[in-house]
Design a protein around this ligand. Sequence first.
Ligand SMILES: C[S@@+](CC[C@H](N)C(=O)[O-])C[C@H]1O[C@@H](n2cnc3c(N)ncnc32)[C@H](O)[C@@H]1O
Length: 207
Amino acid sequence: MKPKTAELWAKQDQHQGDRWRLFSAVADAVDADTALYPGCYVDIAPSFVFRSVTFVDIDRRTPVFFGDTAGVNQIISDHDGPAEPDVAFIHADYTGVLDLPEEHFGLLVSLYAGFVSEHCTEHLRVGGSLLVNPSHGDAAMASIDPRYELSGVVIADSGRYRVDTTDLEGYLVPKKPQAVTVAALHETGRAIGYTRSPFAYLFTRIG
Ligand SMILES: C[S@@+](CC[C@H](N)C(=O)[O-])C[C@H]1O[C@@H](n2cnc3c(N)ncnc32)[C@H](O)[C@@H]1O
């Protein structure tokens, strides 16, 4: 593994195994073996549990990391990942056109990277899942997107993660009465304050 790859991964994984635990819990809860991760930076953790993952990021350090195929495969194998992982990386702005098939992936990942759901849902198959955290307003964006239905919440508890699919009507309830609209979310680019605060949400693409 190249020193830069090791350095970038060590920083990404400073809460050791945190994303491994997150994606393991998600993989157990969804029916997917392919994932698309726009705004991934160097978070290779989905490849520990999903057979085929396409990563997209615009940051200049990301091609250095993903270009070290042997190093990336070493990290995956150190985390009990698939023997022959299928890792693809696109160095691009995900708000533009991505050369990817429509309705293809089983999981779309949106973590701290803006309105991924708004720009990349076309690549998620109907019946597939969106993992999205509230940061940057993307969970709120998915909540008003008619293509999605809330199907679970990811609860973080002392560094462990579990997916809960019960009492979902108690989630995504704003603390203050407010209109959640695309325009308002674009304007603030911030999370809506909800009465309950899971780490992330799982939505199913229904249309
Ligand atoms: C705060 S980091 C989060 C990284 C990763 N998702 C995580 O949770 O560890 C946000 C990443 O999204 C990327 N990003 C933001 N907007 C983007 C865009 N429009 N196209 C591609 N990448 C983008 C940034 O380059 C950065 O690497």
